[in-house]
Design a protein around this ligand. Structure first.
Ligand code: BES
Ligand code: ZN
Length: 649
């Protein structure tokens, strides 16, 4: 049995296997009223209670709908045939600061004693979310592109699903789900599931107590594939779509949909490449939802409906590796899932690996190697930032003791995870051997969850005839802090020019006090470069200048020569600001403030705020505090909380 330190639910005793939701979304009161019909199976004989995770939920009623023998069905019908369902006794435990309140539902003695392992039961829970649910961001009309309608979106990974729906909020408790969602007309609801025909009668009698005083529309969804609860997702807004292929389309507010359709035109190709590498795509549709700028991540792999940030709209498709990444989660993460957040690298490290394989398949091995090399630079920077002894630099951090996954989050599981998998690939004989392993690993674990030790056992058995495979230092790779115990070498054909230019700027800045950049530097240095190469240059320069800041004259010259402020590419601007802030480049500050005001992606917000605060001098520090005071209220609840912590507030 795998213990999940991030859930209070008792899914090892009674496990929810399907949730049928009815949701009424009220954007005026900022409350989701809901009813969940939960199908559960006994995992032991005589379980006495069902424990669900909740956070900030108002539980209105819990009832027993049906009990039945193995396989479910008919059974000792309660409520199914007109008799009113039996109310069940429940208790919401004192809230845990990180994990929320366990909802203990007592199973009546007569029922409990008769339940055998494998027996099924069906319960109903009527609840409402709180306006400050950590899973939901409610946007006022003026925070949307259209400016006319309110909007809401959810973000449940890692442990926020419990503040949206009562559930067993552990990846180890996969469930299928269906939903009927009522929203104010003329808004549209979308979920991480396949859209269905909505029932003509709308919500059922279970929700009869909620009567919206405005016209409404109803939407329905089915997610047949069992998913971890963190993949439940909902968005409501003024939404339209454009088809990108037979099974894929992009959704967004009307003002952004053409830009989205242009930027993400390659989605169907990514999907095909993913299938060629990882096997059948089991989710039916793959749609994208392009969110308002406050979306706190680059992308989120909600099944059937990836959520993406509008900061990907560079105009030239140069940031769409994020889409390849979220597509890759269709196999690694959504189909084969980490058993608990300690093993998050099994989701993210594998997904970065698959993402780069997809990109490599479409753009060639040199592109794969380029991204791998970039990943190594990012890994070094993250280890440098956290410190080489920091417990969160372990590939498998320790979550016992109620640690918040949002606090542990970093690039370590992504890049150390990727680094490890590439190391393993080279050890066993390269991609000729490793590609089949990867697809066999996915096929063997689909619909399951697993731990790092289970991965280790599978790998060792698979490659039992390869002597080199037996030499892996698992202990250090999985549990050691700091940089990995071995060094990969990547082909730097595409990266080298960028790295050479970074070295030039670095040396001139170190050597020539008062210099204006390298002798003979000009726009021609980067003519014809991809924006990825420009980012590689800036990040490599950042690595050289991790400790000692550049001089502001040099960063200003760099920005002018290479047209940084003309770029629409958020990664280029961000990488430059990370150099300009410690340089105390005053010209950059208004542009930095602009980035902090106009988007809420944590990947950009947090390093910029941290840099302003601790390396930006008195002006930088003041700008950080003033900007956060002015716009912090419009950030996503998680982003707001994390930035506040970064600023010591
Ligand atoms: N699943 C993550 C986002 C996430 C992780 C949300 C943990 C909440 C908790 C998603 O797949 C992701 O990794 N997105 C990256 C993109 C990527 C290319 C590395 C991002 O948001 O930048
Ligand atoms: Zn990911």
């Amino acid at each position: 049995m795998v213990k999940d330190h991030s859930s209070l639910a008792n899914f090892h005793e009674v496990r929810v296997t399907h949730s049928a939701y009815e949701l009424d979304v009220n954007l005026d009161s900022r409350v989701v009223e809901g009813y969940a019909q939960l199908d559960a199976v006994a995992e032991v004989d005589g379980p006495q209670e069902l424990v669900l995770d909740t956070r900030g939920l108002a539980v209105r009623r819990v009832e027993l709908l049906e009990t039945g023998g193995a396989g479910g069905g008919g059974g000792g019908g309660a409520g199914g045939d007109g008799t009113p369902p039996q109310a069940l006794t429940y208790r919401l435990a004192e809230p845990h600061a990180v994990l929320g309140s366990a909802l203990h539902v007592s199973l009546p003695a007569g029922l409990s004693s008769g339940l055998r392992r494998g027996d099924r039961l069906r319960l109903g829970v009527r609840w409402a979310t709180s306006p400050d649910s950590s899973a939901i961001q409610w946007l006022a009309p003026e925070q949307t592109a259209g400016g006319k309608h309110p909007y809401l979106f959810t973000q449940c990974q890692a442990i926020h699903a419990r503040s949206l729906v009562p559930c067993q909020d552990s990846p180890g408790a996969k469930m299928s789900y269906s939903a009927v969602v009522r929203v104010p007309a003329p808004l549209t609801a979308l979920m991480s599931a396949v859209p269905e025909e909505a029932p003509a009668e709308g919500l059922s009698a279970h929700m009869a107590d909620v009567k919206p005083p405005y016209p409404t529309s109803t939407f329905a969804f089915t997610q047949k594939v069992p998913i971890a609860p963190y993949l439940v997702a909902l968005a409501v807004g003024d939404l339209v779509s454009r088809d990108l292929g037979a099974r894929t389309r992009v959704w967004s507010e009307p003002a952004m949909v053409e830009a989205g359709a242009h930027e993400f035109a390659e989605t169907a190709k990514f999907l095909e490449a993913g299938e060629a590498i990882a096997g059948e795509y089991v989710w039916g549709r793959y749609d994208l939802l392009l969110l308002p700028p406050s979306f706190p991540y680059g992308g989120m792999e909600n099944p059937c409906l990836t959520f993406v940030t509008p900061t990907l709209l560079a105009g030239d498709r140069s940031l769409t590796n994020v889409v390849a990444h979220e597509i890759a989660h269709s196999w690694t993460g959504n189909l084969v899932t980490n058993a608990s957040w300690d093993h998050f690298w099994l989701n993210e490290g594998f997904t970065v690996f698959l993402e780069r394989k997809i990109v490599g398949r479409l753009q060639g091995e040199a592109a794969f190697q380029f991204h791998a090399a970039q990943g190594a630079v990012a890994l070094a920077a993250e280890v440098e930032r956290l410190g080489p002894e920091h417990p969160y630099t372990r590939l498998v951090p320790d979550y016992s003791g109620g640690i918040d996954p949002d606090d542990v989050f970093s690039r370590i599981p992504y890049e150390k995870g990727f680094y490890f998998l590439y190391y393993l690939q080279e050890l066993v004989g390269g991609s000729v051997r490793f590609d089949p392993f990867l697809s066999d690993y996915i096929a063997a674990h689909r619909h399951q969850t697993l731990t790092s030790d289970q991965f280790k056992a599978y790998f060792l058995n698979y490659f039992k005839d390869v002597p080199a495979a037996q030499t892996v230092d698992w202990q250090t790779w999985l549990y050691g802090t700091g940089m990995p115990p071995a060094t990969n070498s990547y082909d730097t054909t595409l990266a080298q020019q960028a790295y050479d230019l970074a070295l030039k700027w670095h040396t001139c800045d170190v050597m020539g006090i008062g210099s204006d950049g390298p002798a003979g530097a000009s726009a021609a240095d980067v003519a014809g470069w991809s924006s990825e190469q420009l980012v590689a240059f800036l990040e490599k320069l950042g690595q050289y200048r991790a400790v000692q800041a550049m001089s502001p004259r040099v960063t200003q010259r760099l920005a002018e020569l290479y047209g940084i402020y003309d770029s629409k590419n958020a990664e280029i601007r961000f990488a430059f600001f990370k150099l300009a802030i410690p340089a105390r480049d005053a010209r950059a500050l208004p542009h930095v403030a602009d980035m902090l005001r106009t988007q809420g992606r944590m990947k950009f917000l947090r390093p910029l705020y941290r840099s302003l605060f601790s390396r930006g001098g008195p002006e930088g520090k003041q700008l950080a505090l003033d900007t956060f005071a002015a716009v912090g209220g419009s950030y996503h609840p998680i982003a707001k909380k994390m930035v506040a912590a970064d600023l010591g507030l």
